[in-house]
Design a protein around this ligand. Structure first.
Ligand code: HEM
Length: 425
């Protein structure tokens, strides 16, 4: 069944996530066939199945035997045939048993005790970022405050020297922001028809990222010679099936971390603060009852999921909620829709920091469930603590600009005003 509701065009997301459209699909066509026309200079694709219900998003994510992350990888757009082998070397794009082995190895750098070890550092970084703007009484919250935290956290946990930190930011923007001219390599005549004759360079190809791979290689060499208490040192000494990670495996994982750990957290921080400005009662309650912080973070993640979708490929002809899906079809799960499924969350459109929101799927589910969730949660906790207590009257004073992307729901600009206060460090 084809529906007229467009959840594909990246321009739809410039006004935020289209929850009404998602809700209609979830109710009327929970697994629907969607067209994939040529937009933003990218060629048309064959179309895909959009999966909207919580139950089905979980099922697809948890059943790699039927829904493969490897066959067509995990992005909605098919990789170019010449990039397929390269893209499949990323853990995100592997199926069991290959995925299990690599995941087990890199998980050694993400144990709860390793994550806790970075809590004070993240708290300090959040405090410094608020210090930078607090005396001014106004700023662009997205650019001046939230953009810095994921990058600094990532650099710190990976052990990237201060002088190189801006590089992480550039690479993540090149890869994630590619549908948005301001951030990536998108065609500046976005949306102009007909599609250009020559295809843009795929920003996820090795060719577009040679500087990043060389940097990862050099950093690994450095950490082998100068071990430190950081994630890269853990990784270069980790073993897969009794052998260390190959250079290629390491470099692909570095690439994955740079992308996965940056734009995701950086998008949800301003979205969360914006949501608190729209729900002052929840803001006051959290300040009065800081013990609710962990529940509040889960509710923000449910309410403002930064990742819109991931893709799988059907490994055989099968049925999903009555729809006949053919072997090779793309199956795309929409997390924001799952998070508002009334069968799982009562009054799903209500923002309520006291609800149990832990069933949200913002971090995915199944074998690929987000490895960095612990780091993301810490960043949210510490940043909300700073902002909610030190900028209690913060208000948004201008247009909130969203990224033009059907993959990441990101806020690019959010002008805010607040009563100036003292720096604390
Ligand atoms: C709020 C912030 C974040 C969100 C919403 C998020 C979301 C996700 C989702 C939905 C997946 C599953 C992909 C799939 O099933 O195909 C995922 C995987 C992953 N995430 Fe995150 N992520 C966040 C932050 C981070 C951070 C901070 C890091 C690293 C420090 C990270 C590292 C990863 C990695 C390595 C994977 C791949 C796991 C695998 O393939 O086994 N993420 N993330």
């Amino acid at each position: 069944m084809t529906t007229a509701i467009d959840v594909f065009d990246p321009r739809v997301y410039e006004s935020g996530i289209p929850y009404d459209a998602f809700g209609r699909l979830r109710g009327e066509a929970p697994v629907s066939w969607q067209e994939e026309p040529s937009v933003l200079g990218w060629p048309a694709g064959p179309g895909f199945w959009a999966v909207m219900r919580h139950d089905d998003v979980r099922h697809v994510s948890r059943t790699p035997a039927d829904f493969s992350a490897f066959l067509g990888c995990t992005q909605l757009r098919d990789p170019e045939p010449e990039d397929l082998d390269f893209t499949r070397q990323m853990m995100l794009n592997m199926d069991p048993p290959q995925h299990n082995v690599l995941r087990k190895t890199v998980s050694k750098a993400f144990t709860p005790s390793k994550i806790r070890q970075f809590s004070d550092m993240i708290a300090r970084r959040a405090r410094l970022l608020v210090d930078e703007v607090i005396e001014r009484g106004e700023c662009d919250f997205a650019l001046d405050v939230s953009d810095g935290l994921p990058l600094l956290t990532l650099a710190e946990i990976m052990g990237v020297p201060d002088s190189d930190r801006h590089l992480l930011f550039t690479w993540a923007n090149r890869v994630i922001g590619y549908q948005d001219d301001e951030f990536g390599t998108a065609d500046p005549n976005a949306g102009a028809a007909p599609a250009p004759k020559s295809k843009p360079v795929n920003p996820r190809s090795r060719a577009a990222l040679t500087d990043m791979f060389q940097y990862a290689h050099d950093l690994a060499e450095h950490k082998r010679r100068h071990p430190a208490d950081d994630l890269i040192t853990t990784l270069v000494h980790a073993e897969v099936d009794g052998r260390p990670l190959t250079d290629e495996e390491f470099e692909m994982f570095f690439f994955l971390l740079t992308v996965a750990g940056n734009d995701t957290s950086r998008s949800v921080i301003p979205a969360g603060v914006l949501t608190f400005t729209q729900h002052r009662d929840q803001w006051r309650r959290l300040v009065e009852q800081p013990q609710l912080m962990q529940d509040a973070v889960e509710e923000v993640l449910r309410y403002c999921p930064p990742v819109i979708h991931f893709r799988r490929t059907a490994t055989k002809d099968l049925k999903l909620r009555g729809q006949r899906i053919k072997e090779g079809d793309k199956v795309v799960v929409f997390y924001p829709s799952a998070n508002r499924d009334p069968e799982v969350f009562a009054e799903p459109d209500r923002f309520d920091i006291t609800r149990d929101a832990r069933a949200h799927l913002s971090f995915g589910d199944g074998p690929h469930v987000c490895l960095g969730a612990g780091f993301a949660r810490l960043q949210l906790e510490h940043m909300f603590t700073e902002v909610l207590t030190r900028m209690p009257d913060l208000e948004v004073t201008g247009d909130v600009e969203h990224m033009r992307s059907n993959f990441i729901s990101g806020i690019k600009r959010m002008p805010v005003r607040f009563t100036p206060g003292p720096r604390l460090s």
